[in-house]
Design a protein. Structure first.
Length: 413
């Protein structure tokens, strides 16, 4: 193993043993091999940056690097945004440790020297985020490398295997060139990703959210405070923000749009699909801190004469999140709310039992203008998990769920 701090400023010699300059950067080409150093950048005595391909490095150690070519054949390096630069893009940068679900800063990078077909190859092993890496950086150039290595060997070392590292690149076009993917990150629970987001700057948050699929991004944004949701969505292109808002529950989408400036909110709504936008606009029409403003329009409703088969069909056609379905709502022939049946009760009922026979008694509901304080009181009094919201003709408008009420209570406390 060898560290970047031991490689930086390393003297480099050509095939004849003539001094070429000092090593100033290592570059990885993710389009070819994301774990192998593809280019060595060397600063000549004339301050020119020379590029040495990996297959032209015969040997490398803490003392020097030897190439297989004469100085005259080396080319001057031209900047390439498709290359990952260890010093500039990794060292001292914040990265996401996917395995431990947190943001850390890189102190050093660990490599393995691998002899390959007559040349020496450097392969990335891990990002070093511990005390030992920090001390190596601090002592770099002040004493011989072997003494620094001996000293830091006694210190705690913390390494993140490279496969568990997610780099944060704010430039979306460069992210594509570098093939930076947040696939592993998206496998975490949305609440864990939300915790990670809160440790990042706005540009870094934007980069991560843009790299997630719309459904995952919506779940993650739902886990952060509404004001932060609005600020983050405002920083995104309106089209991307609209795609994410479409995936959010309608009540949460309405809440976050309410926090945005009217012109931004209107732009996002204009980019949303017509049905989703109409649904959210309807919720935006309710006065704040009322049952109408709290409710979601995602619920399962069937006729009061339906049986278990009817419920199964309704659940299969339901486009919301099934884990949020705790109650089945019944309506009569005039589309008025006539009953509420817990999902668990349906599973215990005989297959042909009409649902109205197992509905809860008494039927508790509120109108859309009921204050959120009254809603909270009802949840507490009757130990509710959901509360239907009706209009003045008893038609079902939406449902207030326990998580919405909990958020109200927490925010008010």
């Amino acid at each position: 193993m060898i560290y970047f701090t031991e490689l930086e400023h390393l003297p480099v010699y050509d095939v004849k043993g003539e001094y070429l300059g000092k090593l100033v950067e290592l570059c990885v080409d993710p389009s070819q091999n994301a774990l192998r150093v593809a280019l060595y950048l060397v600063q000549s005595p004339r301050k020119t940056i020379l590029r040495i391909p990996h297959d032209q490095v015969q040997s490398i150690s803490m003392l020097a690097a030897q190439t297989t070519v004469p100085a005259a054949s080396l080319m001057v390096h031209a900047p390439d945004e498709g290359l990952l630069r260890i010093k500039k893009d990794v060292l001292d940068q914040q990265i996401i440790d996917v395995n431990h679900r947190k943001v850390v800063r890189v102190n050093d990078v660990d490599f393995d020297i691998h002899p390959t077909n007559g040349h020496a190859e450097l392969r990335i092993l891990s990002a070093n985020v511990g005390l030992a890496g920090g001390v190596r950086r601090l002592l770099q150039g002040t004493m011989p490398k072997h003494r620094i290595r001996s000293l830091t060997a006694l210190m705690p070392s913390k390494n993140i295997p490279w496969e568990f590292v997610n780099l944060i690149e704010p430039d979306s076009s460069r992210r594509v060139k570098l093939r930076i993917s947040y696939e592993r990150l998206s496998e975490l629970h949305p609440a864990d990703i939300a915790d990670i987001l809160e440790e990042l700057s706005r540009d870094e948050q934007k980069a991560v959210v843009e790299g997630l699929d719309d459904e995952t991004a919506a779940e993650v944004i739902s886990e952060i405070p509404t004001e932060m949701q609005a600020a983050l969505l405002e920083s995104l292109p309106a089209e991307k923000a609209a795609d994410i808002v479409e995936e959010m529950p309608p009540d949460e989408a309405a809440d976050v749009l309410q926090e945005m400036p009217p012109e931004t909110s209107a732009e996002v709504l204009a980019d949303m699909e017509k049905d989703e936008a109409t649904e959210v606009r309807a919720l935006l029409g309710f006065e704040e801190r009322t049952a109408g403003a709290l409710m979601t329009t995602e619920f399962v409703v069937v006729g009061e004469d339906s049986t278990l088969d009817g419920v199964v069909a309704a659940l299969r056609n339901f486009e919301g999140k099934l884990e949020s379905v705790h109650m089945i709502y019944l309506i009569d022939s005039e589309a008025k709310l006539s009953g509420v049946v817990p999902l668990a009760q349906i599973l215990l009922a005989a297959g042909g039992t009409p649902l109205k026979d197992v509905s809860m008694d008494p039927l508790i509901s509120v109108d859309a203008h009921t204050s959120e304080k009254r809603v909270v009181d009802l949840f507490h009094k009757y130990n509710l998990v959901a509360l239907p919201v009706i209009d003045d003709r008893s038609h079902l408008l939406g449902v207030v769920t326990a998580d919405d009420v909990l958020e109200v209570v927490v925010n008010h406390d």
